[in-house]
Design a protein around this ligand. Structure first.
Ligand SMILES: Nc1ncnc2c1ncn2[C@@H]1O[C@H](COP(=O)(O)OP(=O)(O)OP(=O)(O)O)[C@@H](O)[C@H]1O
Length: 319
């Protein structure tokens, strides 16, 4: 019974002390309880109070109460995530959450040497992420879905439950009799992710009972292919120069140019060109064969221009 959850926890080997990102919901409650049982005195919890919804205070109360019961030190971080027009509120909240995690590690536990944080996404979340990516026409980085482990700002993040079906996480928790708070927005089918969870996952379960592990395999293939593309892009960019020389870029095949330019814009300027912008940029690079040829194209939050022999990214608002 519940072997997937217990097996995943047994296989989890973070550095200690470990912090758990604790929302008060079922998944992170299960993860926190399991970690606190396994590594007594070595676990911390961080809760981000979003102030986005009326229920935020209930979440915080629940976190304070469970951590007191488990004898786990809790850091509560308050954020007010404002999203720029056109950006999704969930993306802004996620960004604010990671900044809060970093602040907890660097400020609340500065003397505690916490370098690892575990978050509680499971196999259903992974399948939803992949379906969400498909629904948006994502490329390989989106299809790679969520990694089980990654490093950001000197913090190592872990998702130890990524292979465990959501129902097994809840069943493990229910068997312990530990309470959790249900996020009221999870039932709101205005959000695509919630529609996927409520309508698609049950249909997939009925048609392809193994979909969680086969989807995860596809995501892993995509992640591996993307790693390779990043390596190739880094080599090609080193050859093209920074900023990239137009003539050198033209020396690559169109697919490699696309890979190189996407990489340059993302890594050097934090920009994600749309598919249409990238095609336009590639067309203009191909047409750029005379000294006087001008190149100017909107990309992300700015534009790419020709400056002499090289491509230049100019943020919006700059002449
Ligand atoms: N407000 C928060 N404070 C701290 N950690 C959070 C918060 N919200 C989410 N997390 C972490 O990020 C993970 C994914 O968040 P998401 O909102 O997608 O999860 P969820 O399915 O609602 O999970 P849970 O049941 O644990 O809330 C959570 O499992 C938790 O580890």
């Amino acid at each position: 019974m519940n072997t997937a959850f217990s097996d995943a926890m047994r296989a989890f080997a973070p550095s200690l002390p470990l912090a758990v990102a604790f929302s008060g919901g079922a998944d992170s409650t299960a993860l926190l309880v399991a970690c606190a049982e396994r590594w007594p005195q070595q676990v911390r919890a961080v809760h981000v109070h979003h102030g986005l919804q009326a229920a935020a205070d209930d979440f915080e109360r629940q976190c304070v109460s469970l951590c007191a019961q488990l004898n786990v030190p809790l850091a509560v971080r308050r954020v007010q995530a404002r999203h720029a027009p056109g950006d999704s509120p969930e993306a802004a909240a996620r960004q604010a959450r990671y900044e809060a995690f970093r602040a907890a590690v660097q400020q609340d536990w500065a003397h505690d040497a916490v370098h690892d944080i575990a978050i509680a996404q499971h196999a259903d979340d992974q399948a939803e992420t992949l379906l969400l990516a498909l629904s948006r026409g994502a490329g390989l980085p989106g299809l790679a879905a969520m990694p089980a482990r990654w490093v950001r700002d000197d913090v190592t993040y872990h998702r130890p439950l990524l292979g465990v079906p959501g129902a097994e996480v809840r069943a493990w928790l229910a068997a312990r009799g530990v309470p959790w708070v249900e996020d009221p927005t999870n039932a709101d089918e205005q959000f695509t992710r919630n529609r996927i969870r409520a309508r698609l996952l049950p249909a997939l379960d009925a048609a392809f009972p193994q979909f969680r592990s086969t989807f995860a395999r596809s995501a892993a293939h995509a992640a591996q292919a993307q790693e390779l593309l990043d390596e190739v892009a880094a080599q090609d960019l080193a050859q093209a120069g920074l900023p990239p020389a137009i003539a050198r870029v033209q020396g690559f095949t169109r697919a490699r140019q696309a890979n190189l330019l996407r990489h340059w814009l993302r890594r050097a300027h934090g920009q994600q060109p749309s598919a249409a912008q990238l095609q336009e940029l590639l067309d203009q690079v191909a047409a750029c064969t005379t000294r006087g040829h001008r190149l100017r194209i909107k990309v992300g939050t700015g534009r790419v221009e020709r400056r002499g022999e090289v491509l230049d990214f100019v943020p919006s608002g700059e002449p």
